[in-house]
Design a protein around this ligand. Sequence first.
Ligand SMILES: Cc1cc2nc3c(=O)[nH]c(=O)nc-3n(C[C@H](O)[C@H](O)[C@H](O)COP(=O)(O)O)c2cc1C
Ligand code: SF4
Ligand code: SF4
Length: 253
Amino acid sequence: MANYNIYFSPTYGTEKVAMALADGLHGDFKAINLCDEKDDFSLRLNQNNLCIISVPSYGGRVPAIAVEHIKKIKANGAKAILVCVYGNRVWDDTLSELQDVAESVGFVVAGGVAAVAEHSIFRQFATGRPDGDDCDQLACFAKQLQQKLDAGNFDKIVLPGSHGEYKVYNGSSFKPTANEECVGCAICADNCPVGAITHENPDETDVQKCISCMRCICVCPVGARQLDKNAVDAVAQKMAPAFEGRKKNYLFI
Ligand SMILES: Cc1cc2nc3c(=O)[nH]c(=O)nc-3n(C[C@H](O)[C@H](O)[C@H](O)COP(=O)(O)O)c2cc1C
Ligand code: SF4
Ligand code: SF4
């Protein structure tokens, strides 16, 4: 069985979760990075293929660009384990939407996981997650998923959240900009998953295209791309109750 580990992970939290699950499953997984527009996403699969498909929750939804890329796949009955990664608030309709998108291109959903990773905007929430305890738990989830795959039971499962009428998400107002430290290397432009930064003017951001994924902040080698710290702190303070406590990882099979 050929395996693919397909993930959209601007700031690497989702990738860490996806890798931890793949490590606990049998066989090798070929990585398909949905942030890298140079990758070919038009996979043609069959029922012998297994894919882990992982996305972060953005406002309780699957990031629209990830939906666009996943829709290029023709799964033809390939099995899928669907993963939503959330930043210690809640994932709302992310898993249910991911299931609907995966099934619309022909995947048979074998299981779902919701897992916590550090919040990519408010880094004070779920800091350092997934940590050792999370990885132990994800290894345990992988074992249970492998048992299910080996048993060959692919009866329809329904992942939690709305199917069809999803929570409305209108995007985030947090758009990183570059400061005077910018050396013009354009690494941010090469890595932006939606082309919101140009090679010609990498210190500028097209706010209409920007999806606030924070990847440019992560990849900038001199720390020149930033958010308005006061604005981030103000919203974080307001939203703090929703982020309280150590949120859990969940397995659905
Ligand atoms: C624009 C945006 C919206 C987000 N919305 C949510 C949310 O609704 N609930 C939540 O728990 N976390 C939310 N997060 C946090 C991410 O889901 C979390 O940090 C995830 O680990 C990011 O994945 P990445 O590290 O692979 O980029 C949001 C992050 C961003 C950037
Ligand atoms: S990665 Fe940083 S230094 Fe390089 S162009 Fe972008 S903002 Fe400037
Ligand atoms: S410009 Fe916006 S979309 Fe592009 S990497 Fe930065 S935060 Fe993400």
